[in-house]
Design a binder for this molecule. Structure first.
Ligand SMILES: [Zn+2]
Length: 96
């Protein structure tokens, strides 16, 4: 059985990863995907997208609290989230 390599599409203009980065995941149904890294908003909000080799693209903003628990944020952490959430939502709306 021959292996067919899927042609990669160009990264979105906002992707911060190395141009032409390869598929990085294989899903249960056998399809490949790769994540594109977008801008970071504050210390916790990371924008990006998931591109499936079949063409579907899902945009999102993830909350990464590093080693902190989601329910154990400090006042400074919450203020950082509050200060950057609107900008992250606007970026997501403008880029999806
Ligand atoms: Zn990319």
């Amino acid at each position: 059985m021959a292996t067919t390599l899927t042609q990669l599409t160009a990264c979105p203009p906002w992707c911060t990863l190395e141009p032409g980065h390869p598929w990085d995941s294989i899903h249960d149904d056998g399809r490949q995907s790769r994540g594109h890294g977008g801008p970071q908003f504050g210390r916790f909000l990371f924008a990006g997208s998931l591109e499936m080799e079949t063409g579907e693209v899902t945009m999102d903003v993830e909350i990464h609290t590093e080693d902190k628990q989601v329910n154990d944020l400090s006042v400074a952490d919450l203020l950082d989230l509050a200060a950057h959430t609107v900008a992250a939502a606007e970026w997501l709306e403008a880029n999806r």
